[in-house]
Design a protein. Structure first.
Length: 328
């Protein structure tokens, strides 16, 4: 029985998921790295640093000590992808479920999050929660649906029953790889869509980019063993559409800045929030090249992030590729 949920990570999404976990009044413990986040949640029932202005359920309590999570039945792991290995390594021999909620690939190892988590905590059962979910909407109870991917069906049903709220619907899957690839790739494609917006290339171009970006996601996913139905579901196409359509997305906003002619270094300097696509793009490009998977939009985003080409040059390069049949 999964009763007591803990959350690792006091950013916007960890805070919103704590709000979901505590939605029925269940005491929920959230570990945050920043003492000011711990203080703000415990004293003001708000996360003023990462989700300001959204009142939190008083059943959420914050701690700065990972050992306090020891009494939890399962943990939602909501650190940025590049920090997940180190943070999970701080848990003392965890042998209960971990629900991974970060969207990205580890730069150094080219691994997806479930592989990273398995290496950090080999005795933990791994689930992945991913889908079209802006934290600020979930935090105030607007309707949302996610993919909850876990190989063990009984565990999946138990986690789904615990996480489901009237306005928060998990859809079960056993395709962990597919759920992770959708979330990782869509962040890179959202940067590209932001570029289209910033450079004022028009709605037609954005729709074409979403569609051809989805073809790239599918080619890469199928090559890594994902199922097509997962990539076309909430954690893939659903999240791609959300993130490519709104300035609420940090990745889209980063791309918009690039499209307006600003340099990536300037846009990424000193930011406290995470735009995962900037970290995933280079490792995704390397992984695709190693498997012989063609991902020209991902390569274009990499070139922009590294300031190797101008927006006009990458657009010209994409538009002058040889004509081909539609499909994946
Ligand atoms: N915000 C959303 O709407 C949303 C929705 C779904 C998934 N996600 C995913 O959730 C993950 C976390 O994003 P977020 O939006 O909650 O973060 P955020 O941008 O709101 O906050 C940044 C987070 O990074 C953490 N951090 C910074 N340096 C760190 C370090 N050295 N070690 C460990 N942690 C460090 C901070 O403590 C903070 O929790 C990302 O993978 C993101 O893609 C976010
Ligand atoms: O703000 P972004 O671009 O990190 O997107 C947030 C979520 O992943 C949307 O599902």
């Amino acid at each position: 029985m999964i009763r007591r949920l803990g959350v690792i990570g006091g950013g916007a999404w960890g805070t919103a998921l704590a709000q979901v976990a505590a939605g029925g009044g269940e005491e929920t413990l959230l570990w945050a790295r920043e003492p000011e986040v711990v203080g703000s949640i415990n004293e003001a029932h708000e996360n003023a640093a990462f989700l300001a202005g959204y009142p939190l359920n008083p059943a959420i309590r914050a701690t700065g000590d990972l050992a306090d999570l020891g009494a939890c039945d399962a943990l939602l792991v909501v650190t940025p992808a590049q920090h997940m290995r180190a943070v999970l390594g701080g848990l003392d021999g965890w042998a209960r479920p971990l629900i991974l909620c970060a969207k990205g690939m580890e730069e150094a190892s080219m691994k997806l999050m479930h592989d990273v988590a398995h290496e950090a905590q080999p005795n933990a059962a791994i689930a992945v929660l991913s889908g079209p979910t802006f934290a600020h909407e979930v935090a105030i109870g607007k309707p949302a649906a996610v993919t909850l991917a876990v190989e063990d069906r009984a565990l999946g049903e138990a986690l789904s029953a615990r996480l489901a709220r009237p306005n928060f619907r998990p859809y079960l899957s056993d395709d962990v790889v597919g759920a992770e690839i959708g979330g990782a790739v869509k962040n890179v494609l959202a940067i590209a869509c932001g570029v289209v917006e910033g450079r004022r290339l028009g709605q037609n171009a954005r729709a074409a980019l979403i569609s051809r970006g989805f073809a790239e996601m599918t080619r890469f996913g199928l090559a890594r063993g994902a199922r097509a139905e997962t990539l076309a579901g909430l954690s893939g196409l659903g999240d791609l559409v959300l993130t490519c359509s709104s300035e609420s997305s940090r990745n889209f906003s980063l791309g918009k800045g690039l499209g307006e002619g600003r340099a990536a270094a300037e846009l990424l300097a000193d930011r406290r929030t995470v735009a995962e696509g900037a970290h995933t793009a280079p490792v995704l490009k390397r992984a695709a090249e190693a498997m012989g998977v063609d991902m020209p939009i991902v390569a274009a985003v990499c070139a922009l992030l590294r300031s190797e080409a101008s927006v006009d040059e990458v657009v010209e390069a994409l538009l002058s590729r040889p004509l081909r049949a539609e499909g994946f």
